[in-house]
Design a protein around this ligand. Sequence first.
Ligand SMILES: [Zn+2]
Length: 113
Amino acid sequence: MGGRGSYAGGDSRQLTIEYLSTKAEVQAIIAESDELRATQTAAMSNAGSAEGIPLAMFQCACCEQYTLHPAIESEQCVVCGWVNDSFQNAHPDSLQGQNAITLNIARRQWNVR
Ligand SMILES: [Zn+2]
């Protein structure tokens, strides 16, 4: 019983409920894409210094190269290997995150290479 597309019989109440839940799904998708656009706009406004850096990339918290895509969460930097963990980025001495070492240690190790 039920399910999408079973409108035969003219149960208008079921139709209304399905319509409302579809509407909510669409609104959630719109809200998500608005959020993503805001993130990308922010990335474009703070990047683009020199060297032909792609404008929509984020700067790695460890090696400071523009290696991170704004739409990808917890992405690993291809240059230094740091995982872009927002908590550890904000707390450079914390081990609470996806990296086994703190951001400060990772930066130090990166700088001695
Ligand atoms: Zn990096």
